[in-house]
Write a protein that binds this ligand. Sequence first.
Ligand code: PLP
Length: 415
Amino acid sequence: MEMPTKGRAWDTVKTDLINRGGNDAKWRDGKTAVYVFNAGEDIAAVQKEAYTAYMSENGLGPAAFPSLAQMEKDVIAMALGLLHGPEGATGAMTSGGTDSITMAIKAARDHARAEGRAQEKANVVLPQSAHLAFDKACHLMDIEVRRIPLRDDGSYEADVPAMEAACDADTIMMVGSAPNFPHGIIDPIAELGEAAERKGAWLHVDACVGGYFAPFARMNGVPVPPFDFAVPAVQSMSADLHKYGYAAKGASTVLFRSEARYQHMPFDFSCWSGAPMTTPTLAGTRPGGAIAAAWAVMNYLGVDGYRRLQGEVCATRERVEEGVKALGFEILGNPLLGLIAFAHPDHHALALYGEIYRRGWFTSVTIEPPSLHLMLSPKHSEFIDAYLEDLADSVKAVAAGDDAKAAEKVEARYS
Ligand SMILES: *Cc1c(COP(=O)(O)O)cnc(C)c1O
C-alpha cells in the first residue's frame, strides 16, 4: 500500500479496517485456543472503556500522571498479595512476558556483577520446557543459555539435580516455570529453591501464564504446589496480566523479593543532551491504557470473579481430559491449570493438527513430544463439545488416510 495523498473519510477507513479481519482466526466463536483469552463481553467492555480512558496518557511520566503511577503501584500490590510477596517486595508493570523476563535477567546479571561475580561471562540454567523469551533476552545481553532436558519419568517437570549440576560460578539465574507453556506443567519450585540455595543462584519463576491463575485454582481446592515467593529462594517472578489476568494486551508484571534485587532493574541516565531520565523497564513510552485496563479488570473481577473464571477453565480442561482419553489420547503429565497437551499413540500429532485446523480450529502444537496443545479460556466451556466432536472426526480422517503425508504437509507449513 502506498500512503494515500488525500486522507479518506473515517467511515470508509473503518469499514475497510473491520473487513480486513474477515480471514482471521474465529476467536469470538471460541475457535482459538492460543493467542486470545476470551472471558466474555462484560470483561471486554471493561478493558475497552478503561483502555480508552487513559489511552493518551503515558506511564513514562509518573509526575505528570500520578493516576497511572498509583494504578501501577496498586496492580503490583495486588500481584504481590496473590503471590506471597514478603514485606519489602516490589515490582513493575511491563509490556508483556518477554519484557518481564528480559528485565528480570538484566537485574539478576547486574546483581551478580555488583557482587563481583560473572564479570566476563554469564549463564542462565533452565529446563528445556522454559519459554524462548529467555533465549531472546540472553541473546540480546550475550548471556549463555543452558537448557537442561526434563526428567524422563513422564512428569514433564524440570530435572532439578541435572540443573544443579549445570550451575557454576557464572550462573546468574536458575529458572522454573509455573506452568511451562508446552506441557502446562508446574516445575518443582520448592526443590529448585533448595538447589538454588545450595548454589547461591538467583531463582526466577516464570509464572507468565500461571501467575494470575494458580492462586485462584488453589483457592478452589486444586492441589497447586508452592510456586511463588512462599519458596524462600525465589528472587523474581514474571506474571502476565494479558493472559489469565484477562487484561488488555500489553500488560505484564515483573516482581522482586526485595528492593535490593529490584534496584538492579531501572535504567538511570543523565549523560546526554536531554533531561536526565529514569525508566524502570525496557520501554520508554508506556501506554497508559494498558495500565488502566489491567487495574480496572482486577478491580472489576476481584478475587471472587477470578475464582469463578479459573474454576470454569479448570472444569473445561477436565472435560477435555475425559474427551480426549476416550479418543485414545494420552495426556502429557498432570496439568492443573488452563493448559493441556495430549498425544495419540497411533497417529502423528501434526497430521491430527492438520485435520482439526481444516475444521476451523486455531490451536497450537507441542513438538517435544509431538502433541496437540490447548490454552483454554472461560468462553471455551460453550464450545468444547464441538471441539471434541471435530477432534473425533479428525482422528477418523487420519486413521483412514496416510498419516505420514498429512504430517509432512503440516511440517512444510511450519518450516
Ligand atoms: C506467554 C509466555 C511468555 C511470554 O509472554 P509474552 O507476553 O508473549 O511476551 C513467557 N513464558 C510463558 C510460560 C508464557 O506462557
